[in-house]
Ligand binder design. Sequence first.
Ligand SMILES: [Ca+2]
Length: 106
Amino acid sequence: MGKELDELKECKNRSEMAAKLFAALDDDGSGEIDIFEFKAQWSKGSEKEDQRAEKIFKKFDDDKSGQLSEKEFVSHYLDVHKDDNDDAFLKGAANDLKIFRDIVAL
Ligand SMILES: [Ca+2]
């Protein structure tokens, strides 16, 4: 995940890093993520991870619109990782970014 790490190091704060993760999840660039997009990127077809993804999605979707906006995603991502120190946050985000960008091989 060296490439992702370098890329995230250029961000000036955690919000900017989380916004990059959102962009990686938002495959079609619509500015919102629906549950199908979210699951495809998050769980990569694993059934167990699908259930987790669904729970996370519901928790993140503040206005229950069935879509995650960048604002919803960023605020929850920061909240989930609020106890991480900067190094742990950076590494975790780089790992997530790599997962979100990997092509699903089913
Ligand atoms: Ca929403």
